[in-house]
Design a protein around this ligand. Structure first.
Ligand SMILES: Nc1ncnc2c1ncn2[C@@H]1O[C@H](COP(=O)(O)OP(=O)(O)OP(=O)(O)O)[C@@H](O)[C@H]1O
Ligand SMILES: [Mg+2]
Length: 235
């Protein structure tokens, strides 16, 4: 589905990604783990066309999407839920969800089915449908951010640190929901600092260090790997 080959990315003259190659197959949950500043978010931003990829290739279903405008990438079915739940604080829950349908919806077309699906995953949001974004709790904002990502009807959903700052009970429920979304047929690329939790839901993973992929493989191999345990899970 998605294939990155040897991509290089710079922020002015500082190189953030060095020859990063990875692939995501349809139906998988793939996770990117790594410490602060390793380059995880940069990978997702590059796939979304939010930053310029200097060298290498980014293909989606065999078609190059490298440096394509973000709206075209979203319209092709790649949805990015950024770090820090950037919902619209001045829009209601409904408004936040509606906005995201613009990638596929023609004027007047119904999105009731999509809305129902989001509310089935996050019943709490339904109860808050008329509440403004800023008035939601942190957990609700994260649910809304994921829900908004889904409203774009993605084939590939990219989630950046969905568990950041959430209470442990909510972390568990966010990961359960990610699993559920995947079971409904959406492929997932998940960035997490909570490597332990991420590795529990994912099929495969890549470990990043200083802008390079240092390890990759099936979760069962990564979780038993001594280096991964020491560097990311803690012994
Ligand atoms: N807008 C920017 N301008 C300059 N440098 C940046 C910018 N964004 C990121 N960087 C640098 O690029 C590198 C990779 O950053 P990135 O945000 O991808 O890391 P990350 O793995 O997502 O980290 P975190 O876990 O903190 O979110 C870091 O060294 C970071 O300081
Ligand atoms: Mg990041």
């Amino acid at each position: 589905m998605l294939k990155l080959e040897k991509i290089d990315i710079y922020y002015s003259n500082v190189q953030a990604l060095k020859a990063v190659s990875l692939n995501v197959n349809a139906g998988e949950i793939v996770t990117l783990i790594g410490a602060n500043g390793a380059g995880k978010s940069t990978i997702l931003k590059a796939v979304s066309g939010l930053i310029r990829t200097k060298a290498g290739s980014i293909n989606y279903f065999e078609e190059s999407i490298k440096n394509m405008p973000t709206e075209n990438i979203v319209a092709k079915g790649i949805s990015y839920v950024p770090e820090g739940r950037r919902i619209f604080p001045g829009l209601t829950v409904f408004g936040n969800l509606e906005v995201a349908t613009s990638s596929w919806r023609r004027f007047g077309e119904s999105f009731e089915k999509d809305l129902k699906n989001v509310f089935k995953l996050f019943p709490q949001l339904k109860a808050r449908i008329d509440h403004l974004g800023w008035a939601l709790s942190g957990g609700e904002q994260q649910m809304l951010a994921i829900g908004r990502g889904l409203m774009a009807r993605p084939k590939l959903l990219m989630l950046d640190e969905p568990s950041l700052g959430l209470a442990p009970k909510l972390v568990k429920s966010v990961f359960e929901t990610i699993k559920q979304i995947n079971e409904q047929g959406t492929t997932i690329l998940l960035v997490e600092q909570n490597a332990f939790a991420a590795l529990q839901v994912a099929d495969r993973g890549y470990a990043l260090k200083n802008g390079r992929i240092v390890l990759s493989g099936l979760i069962k191999d990564l979780t038993t790997n001594k280096e991964v345990r020491e560097a990311f899970i803690g012994g």
